[in-house]
Ligand binder design. Structure first.
Ligand SMILES: Cc1ncc(COP(=O)(O)O)c(C=O)c1O
Length: 370
């Protein structure tokens, strides 16, 4: 019996629940894909740089050859984009998720502790559990609009703490963590503090903490190509930290996970600053349209956000599952937040869309809320 040899850990936890895809909704509700609006996975509704296509086609002739494990052109472009030396950057081929997994492989022995304030991105918990860590939960305090409760982190630090996850802007709440609170945590522990900046490009520029990784030995900032660059389907993410940490992580990172095609996509995305700027400006505008539109519904509470999504509390007595189902029937995909641990109540998360998608979503919402 296979159950006799599967790890107990693997038997004990629920797998990651990704947002619903257009294909799934198309099949289930028989809706024309053109009529489906996907606001469920924090993607870039404007796609990715148009400059990628031509370079991808040129690379096809090389697909029989392994990629370079570290592509110097990509490293140089990333270094210029982030203003961080190449030696301080590690790039992962399954997005930022791979960097999270690589940290676990590098630091976690069975029984070590990982501190995760919740509600937050679910992948930290799943990856920590897979690697045998024990989780200590902190909290983003609902009573204070999900502000990080710093003491809930500090009080959990022990000799076995190896990693602390701070997501800022936090997914799914959208708010950022005060810089002084992050400093306090960095100075209170030798554990690796991960500042997850997956959505940092949608926040105020002066908030970006990426360069702190050059100052604090125990800080890793996590970034991705999945959001602002519109490359969620390509799977490239990166971490920025001190060189020593990078060297250890490189020992355990899957060697060829960054494919030839993903390397090309990332390089071309970094070179197209115009698309980057366009995505950022429009993304912020779309967030404003949604925020202002959602605020008009007295049955909903929408939280301010520094990311490309908004957390919305449903206060008209409908369960989030029922609410999402009504939207799905009308071709709109949002995220039911039931799967986020520590988010008790009825919540959905709505990602930015194109301006037309935002308007259509807000229009359809009237049907459901009223
Ligand atoms: C906060 C946060 N970190 C990391 C990731 C993972 O991103 P990637 O697509 O690069 O694996 C996500 C994805 O949604 C996220 O929300």
């Amino acid at each position: 019996m296979i159950e006799n040899i599967v790890r107990e850990r693997v038997k004990s936890f629920k797998p990651y629940m990704p947002g619903k895809s257009k294909e799934e909704i198309m099949r289930k509700y028989n809706i024309n894909p053109k009529d489906i609006i996907k606001l469920g996975s924090n993607e870039n509704p404007w796609g990715c740089s148009k400059k990628i296509k031509g370079e991808i086609l040129k690379e096809i002739k090389n697909l029989h050859q392994y990629p370079e494990p570290v592509n110097p052109v990509l490293m140089k472009e990333l270094s210029e984009f982030t203003n961080i030396p190449m030696d301080n950057i590690i790039v992962g081929g399954d997005g930022a998720d791979e960097i999270i997994d690589t940290m676990m492989r590098t630091f976690i022995e069975k029984g070590d502790e990982v501190i995760i304030p919740i509600p937050t991105f679910t992948q930290y918990r799943i990856s920590a559990l897979i690697h045998g860590a024990n989780i200590k939960y902190g909290k983003y305090d609902k009573k204070k609009d999900f502000k990080l409760d710093v003491d809930s982190i500090l009080n959990n630090i022990s000799e076995r703490t190896k990693i602390v996850f701070l997501c800022t802007p936090n997914n799914p709440t959208g708010n950022i963590i005060d810089k002084k609170d992050i400093k306090k945590i960095l100075e209170a522990t030798e554990a690796l503090v991960v500042v997850d900046h997956a959505y940092i490009e949608y926040s105020k520029e002066e908030y970006d903490l990426t360069e702190w990784a050059l100052e604090y030995d125990n800080l890793l900032t996590l970034r991705t190509f999945s959001k602002i660059f519109g490359l969620a389907g390509v799977r490239v993410g990166y971490g920025i930290t001190n060189k020593n940490t990078i060297d250890y992580m490189m020992r355990v990172k899957p060697v060829f996970s960054l494919t030839r095609l993903s390397q090309i996509c990332a390089i071309m995305a970094l070179r197209d600053r115009e698309f980057f700027k366009y995505s950022r400006e429009n993304g912020i505008k779309s967030r404003e349209i949604l925020y202002n539109g959602l605020r008009k519904f007295k049955e909903l509470k929408v939280y301010p956000s520094e990311a490309n999504y908004l957390l919305v509390e449903i206060k008209n007595g409908m369960a989030s599952g029922e609410f999402c189902e009504e939207l799905l029937k009308r071709g709109i995909i949002v995220r039911d937040c039931k799967s986020f641990e520590g988010l008790e109540g009825e919540y959905i998360r709505v990602s930015i869309g194109t301006f037309e998608e935002d308007e259509r979503f807000l229009d359809i919402l009237k049907d459901i809320v009223n």
